[in-house]
Write a protein that binds this ligand. Structure first.
Ligand SMILES: NC(=O)c1ccc[n+]([C@@H]2O[C@H](COP(=O)([O-])OP(=O)(O)OC[C@H]3O[C@@H](n4cnc5c(N)ncnc54)[C@H](O)[C@@H]3O)[C@@H](O)[C@H]2O)c1
Ligand SMILES: [Zn+2]
Length: 367
């Protein structure tokens, strides 16, 4: 089974692509104490809790579980408090550890609970959604949402290891699968051309049960490798890590303009990548044919391709983050060739507006 190293200078760790039931033997050398808390939600724990806990108990741990309600709206300080309370009741000390079994919501919350309990205890990430496997569980960003905004309160806290069991994706809702594919496509465009080409050749990409296990393994390995490489070269997000925001500038604006109700994060990122690709082609830094290949792949992944009826000026304002600055230059990650992208600080807002206008009006015609 493949492993990937995240070679951070002070806290290197391994991503294991293997069966859930191996968790006990993998954790044993990493967490010396006897007590562990597994944090999950009832749905995911119902599917996978038993083999996970059994494996940890067989490795000699005393295991308790802390279940939190599913959903982004519970990624709050209040839920964090619930996890801290559980750590207190079960006497989690610095020799003990916390296991996150779930999607990005469980992973971010549990990681932040581990970062803050006793000023930091060990956390193991066991991601169960595609997005968490290829993105959220790797790189050590943890946090919660507050009334001020998403992920504004948090900490960098690297896991001791990450265990990815691809078979758990069998129960992932199909919309979540397609949304996660947006981040996989992102790695193909910004970092790994072979991954992009591989994705183009997956029959029935949008339907997870139809993707052959060996291809699924390759998609996961390449994506996790891309994230691991980027974060280990830039742990605290000063430069290179910004590449991971490809498709996110416009994507976030779409999520905000639609009040996080219409699109999942991945769906908005898919639209954002389409727009960024078109912008790069318009500016002459990316070929029309590569931009068209990207658009075709986004469609093959079952992600929305038609832009919603949104005012391009509203999107521009959201991207610039300040309603007063109408004509400021916007920061964009733009592809130059497949597998390579660069940061552009001074994109002319008129060019961005023109691309948005075109996409919005095309969306209108079709709807
Ligand atoms: N820390 C980071 O670097 C980072 C990066 C990207 C995203 N995130 C965060 O991740 C979160 C989104 O993560 P997500 O997309 O995984 O959402 P999520 O955690 O809400 O999971 C999506 C849904 O799928 C369900 N689910 C997950 N795995 C399942 C499985 N195997 N079987 C059945 N159901 C399953 C969950 O219960 C949930 O209902 C956001 O809060 C985002 O901010 C963090
Ligand atoms: Zn994202």
């Amino acid at each position: 089974m493949p492993t990937i190293t995240v070679p951070l200078p002070t806290t290197p760790y391994t991503i294991h692509l293997t069966e859930l039931s191996r968790i006990g033997e993998l954790v044993r050398p990493l967490i010396p104490g006897r007590r562990l808390v597994v944090v999950s939600n009832p749905v995911i724990f119902g599917h996978y809790g038993e083999p996970l806990v059994a494996s940890l108990r067989a490795a000699g741990y005393t295991v308790t579980t802390c279940l939190i309600p599913p959903g982004e709206r519970f990624k709050t300080l209040k839920t964090l408090q619930t996890i801290h309370d559980h750590c207190h009741q079960t006497r989690i000390d610095r020799q003990s550890g916390v296991i996150a079994l779930g999607g990005g919501v469980v992973g971010d919350l549990t990681g932040f609970a581990a970062a803050t309990w006793l000023r930091g205890v060990a956390v193991i990430q066991v991601p169960t959604s595609l997005l968490a496997m290829v993105d959220a569980s790797i790189g050590g960003k943890t946090g919660v949402n507050t009334p001020q905004g998403k992920n504004l309160v948090g900490a960098f806290h690297q896991p001791r290891c990450v265990l990815i069991d691809p078979t758990v994706l069998a129960t992932l809702p199909s919309r979540e699968w397609r949304s996660g594919l947006a981040e996989v496509i992102k790695y193909g465009v910004i970092w790994d051309k072979d991954l992009f080409t591989l994705l183009e050749h997956v029959p029935h990409l949008a339907r997870q049960p139809k993707v052959p296990p060996e291809i699924l393994m390759e998609l996961l390995t390449r994506s996790a490798q891309a994230k691991a490489e980027v974060v280990s070269k830039d742990e605290k997000e000063s430069g290179l890590r910004a590449l991971l925001n490809y498709g996110h500038t416009i994507g976030h604006a779409i999520e905000t303009a639609t009040h996080y109700r219409t699109y999942t994060h991945g769906e908005a990122v898919g639209l954002g990548m389409k727009a960024a690709g078109q912008l790069a082609a318009r500016l002459g830094i990316w070929s029309d044919s590569d931009a068209a290949r990207q658009a075709a792949l986004i469609a093959a992944a079952g992600l929305p391709t038609q832009f919603p009826h949104l005012d391009p000026d509203v999107l521009m304002q959201l991207m610039q983050g300040d309603k007063k600055v109408q004509n400021d230059h916007v920061r964009f990650i733009l592809p130059t060739t497949l597998g390579h992208a660069t940061l552009h600080d001074r994109v002319n807002p008129d060019e961005v507006r023109a691309v948005l206008q075109e996409l919005v009006s095309k969306g209108d015609q079709k709807s």
